[in-house]
Write a protein that binds this ligand. Structure first.
Ligand code: BTN
Length: 320
């Protein structure tokens, strides 16, 4: 079954009330048996739904779904074009495929990303209604060489947006993650097209856990923004804050590159001054103190043989 086939069903259940199987089947133009199959599919995806004989189906709590019209109104001043798709395999893949036809500032957000991609070939899991999965396309006059440090600047922008939503204590982990209390809150996947000398285009993909944190498959644990907000968060509001801060940051990055984010990034760095281990794609390892970050976003680590510059590429970093 196509994972997104269950989305219309989820929309009907989103109010958190009881819906009988017959009412759901009629509203969706499906048989009762198909409704049951789709319900099983939702459960297999980890979406718990109570079934009570004689009453029907009910989600344990209402779902906080995106409201595309309200989002467009709220983002009118951000000078972006917002496209909302109920379901897509990967917002990054979709924007990269259509990049030639899109203007700078195009945002694609989806309720249900069925094949989300992370760095180093990993998957990004986000159950519908829980997190935010979106990508922003941005055009630069300069070449791809000038975009080193872009994903770090985006990390700073996302941390600022989280603060705006009432959550302090979000930190950055070099090169592309956001952490909350040491657990992964968000990931950034920047993919670029263009020439070394320009122009170039970046598709900046963001996955951020708002209500529930999915299990991660790499021995990491995940966090959700709502855990630390002290009030109910709305995904619509969080998305607006993220997009606003990203566009502000992108305009600053266009003018000054990563240099203007460097101090803020250092202040937000989870492992600043700590002993870390860099793991390279060929499994080679290098340990040292995370000393600093340079103007191109490279990490400076101090080891027994001196200070070395680590470029993000495909390396991973962890506390040693
Ligand atoms: C990582 O932590 O490895 C980066 C995760 C990036 C996930 C986002 S979700 C929206 C966008 N579309 C994708 O397929 N990936 C990014």
């Amino acid at each position: 079954m196509n994972p997104g086939d269950a989305l219309p069903l989820l929309r009907l259940l989103a109010d958190g009330r009881f819906h009988s199987g017959d009412a759901l089947a009629t509203a969706l133009g499906l048989s009762r048996a198909t409704v049951c199959q789709r319900m099983d599919h939702l459960e297999a995806l980890g979406i718990v739904c109570h079934r009570i004989r004689g009453r029907g189906y009910q989600l344990p709590a209402p779902l906080d779904l995106l409201d595309p019209d309200a989002l467009r109104v709220a983002l009118a001043d951000a000078r972006v074009t917002l496209e909302c798709l109920p379901q897509v395999a990967s917002t990054n893949t979709e924007l990269l495929a259509r990049a030639d036809a899109l203007a700078s500032g195009h945002v694609l957000v989806t309720e249900w990303q069925t094949g989300g991609r992370g760095r180093q070939g990993r998957h990004w899991l986000a159950p519908p209604g829980q997190g935010l999965t979106f990508s922003l396309l941005w055009r630069f006059a300069g070449g791809v060489g000038a975009l080193a440090g872009l994903s770090l600047a985006i990390g700073v922008a996302l941390a600022r947006a989280c603060r705006e939503c009432g959550v302090d204590g979000v930190q950055v982990k070099w090169p592309n993650d956001l952490l909350l209390h040491g657990r992964k809150l968000a990931g950034v996947l920047v993919e670029v097209q263009g020439d070394m000398l320009g122009p170039s285009v970046a598709v900046i993909g963001v996955g951020l856990n708002v209500h529930a944190a999915p299990a991660l498959d790499e021995g990491q644990s995940a966090a959700a923004l709502g855990e630390a907000a002290g009030r109910a968060l709305s995904r619509n509001d969080v998305l607006c804050a993220l997009i606003r801060q990203m566009t502000v940051a992108l305009r600053a990055f266009e003018m000054q590159g990563f240099a203007s984010f460097r101090n803020d990034w250092r202040d937000l760095h989870a492992w600043q001054g700590q002993l870390v281990e860099v793991i390279r794609p060929d499994a080679g390892r290098q340990s040292g103190i995370a000393l600093d970050i340079d103007d191109s976003g490279a990490l400076l680590i101090e080891g027994p043989t001196g200070v070395s510059r680590v470029l993000s590429g495909d390396v991973s970093l962890r506390p040693a």
